[in-house]
Design a protein around this ligand. Structure first.
Ligand code: ATP
Ligand code: MG
Length: 426
């Protein structure tokens, strides 16, 4: 009973802890942050640090569910801590190497600790008692966890947080053949995540950066807000980071020969790395091979930024009036606007429509606010960007119908509730 009441409450707009805003922090230049703040999804606490209000929480949760669904096919979920001892990072030499980005400080006892910008060291340590022999391999685990990075340029809204959520997956192998097979499976899983979020991601080859001497792959989404420059062919999906690419802008694609190479700004939504023994050797993560000899485990790591992905969706899917959420990540399926002018019959009908949608399992946000003009409700609905807008007004009530409109279409239609339900269930 109490659960039912909770569900009921969170779907009434007057109870959602939501106020859309005409103003927003002046220092916020990124479109994703502007729209998400104005729409009441997030609130900025300081540069690169955001709170997720109920509406934003629901979108973030949807994005995480998609990631989780794909990652569960690749490994088991676990959770590691954010607070790490200096000693662990000394072993791999990264305490010093990452000092510009890692929050490092002393606790009250004088012990030096840091907030994890990533978890290769911690997972290698944790894997030691789990991996003893070749028969334990391959293995993989992932987490969805808060990372901290002291980003110098935290001006891209959700795209570059100083506190953010990352899905990080780690895999362990006895040989490179096993790694290659698994690495390819992850690539496919990543592409599924991004396409389910309504995005086309291009896979680029890149250097391993801080992580690996071997190579890595980045998953790039074309967007003006992107901080990377990519040469890509939209026809076949050939993509290379401009810095390393031998391809030329405007030339024919070296991949398919038919397409033309474009130079586009891109957002890195995911990155996967073959780590080799870069971490297993210093941490002494070893396994016994078939001949009884001890060898370092071959590792790889795979990251997706949850909020960066959410921000990228907003960058890719909005218009001059607000966000246009793809169905899969929308905070609600339907936005029901009660335009009843406080007429009891109309509001009674609206309440019936609301109950009917709920009963049929439709996730509906009911704009039940009193004393708010129809114009304001329409304005807010466009800003918030829920895929279906349903209006109940004296006009629709006279026909015992509802007015429906998709967020990304112009035309509205009058329908019976049943007809609408049939339509969205398709
Ligand atoms: P960038 O080059 O954009 O700074 P990175 O290459 O340092 O990112 P990785 O270490 O590869 O980032 O992290 C894996 C993923 O985590 C990235 O592909 C991105 O999706 C996400 N990510 C990284 N840094 C941030 C951040 N500051 N805010 C939000 N997401 C981030
Ligand atoms: Mg990266």
């Amino acid at each position: 009973m109490s659960v039912r009441i909770q569900i009921y409450f969170c779907m009434r707009q007057s109870q959602l802890f939501l106020k859309t805003r005409k103003d927003f922090p002046k220092d916020e230049v990124a479109i994703n942050a502007q729209l998400l703040i104005r729409g009441g999804f997030v609130e900025k606490i300081m540069s690169g640090v955001y709170a997720f209000l109920p509406l934003g929480f629901r979108v973030r949760d949807r994005v995480m569910s998609i990631i989780r669904d794909e990652m569960d096919k690749l490994g088991a979920e676990m959770l590691m801590p954010a607070l790490h001892p200096r000693s662990l990072w000394e072993v791999t030499g990264r305490w010093k190497k990452m000092e510009s980005i890692m929050y490092q400080f002393k606790d009250h006892s004088g012990k030096e600790v840091g907030l994890g910008p990533t978890h290769e060291e911690v997972i290698a340590l944790i894997a030691k008692p789990v991996i003893e022999s070749y028969s334990d391999l391959p293995l993989a685990v992932y987490q969805i966890q808060t990372k901290f990075r002291d980003e110098a340029r935290a001006k891209s809204g959700l795209l570059r947080g100083r506190e953010f959520t990352m899905k990080d997956l780690y895999s362990f192998h006895a040989d490179t053949a096993s790694l290659d097979v698994y690495y390819n499976e992850v690539k496919k899983g990543y592409l599924s995540v991004f396409s389910r979020c309504g995005l086309r991601a291009f896979v680029t080859e890149a250097s391993g950066g801080d992580f690996s001497k071997e190579y890595s792959h980045e998953f790039m989404v074309a967007a003006d807000a992107g901080e990377d420059i990519t040469y890509l062919c939209r026809l076949c999906g050939f993509a290379q980071n401009k810095e390393i690419s031998k391809a030329k802008k405007g030339s024919s694609c070296p991949g398919c020969k038919d397409g033309v190479i474009e130079e586009v700004k891109t957002i890195e939504v995911g990155n996967i790395f073959k780590l080799g023994t870069r971490f297993s050797e210093p941490v002494k993560l070893l396994f016994r091979d078939e001949k009884g000899g001890m060898k370092p485990v071959i590792m790889a790591s795979y990251g997706i930024g949850v909020e960066r992905l959410m921000g990228t969706i907003v960058e890719s899917s909005h218009d001059e009036r607000g966000i246009v959420w793809p169905e899969a990540v929308a905070p609600f399926q339907v936005h029901l606007l009660g335009i009843d002018g406080e007429d009891k019959d109309v509001s009674g009908f609206c309440k019936k429509v609301y109950d009917r949608l709920l009963k049929d399992g439709v996730e509906v946000l009911y704009d039940d606010r009193k004393g708010v003009s129809p114009g304001e409700k329409f304005f807010d609905a466009d800003l918030v960007g829920i895929p279906w807008r349903v209006v109940v007004s004296p006009k629709t009530y006279a026909h015992e119908k509802i007015e429906i409109k998709r967020r990304n279409e112009k035309e509205a239609t009058l329908l019976k509730v049943d007809e609408f339900l049939k339509m969205i269930k398709k």
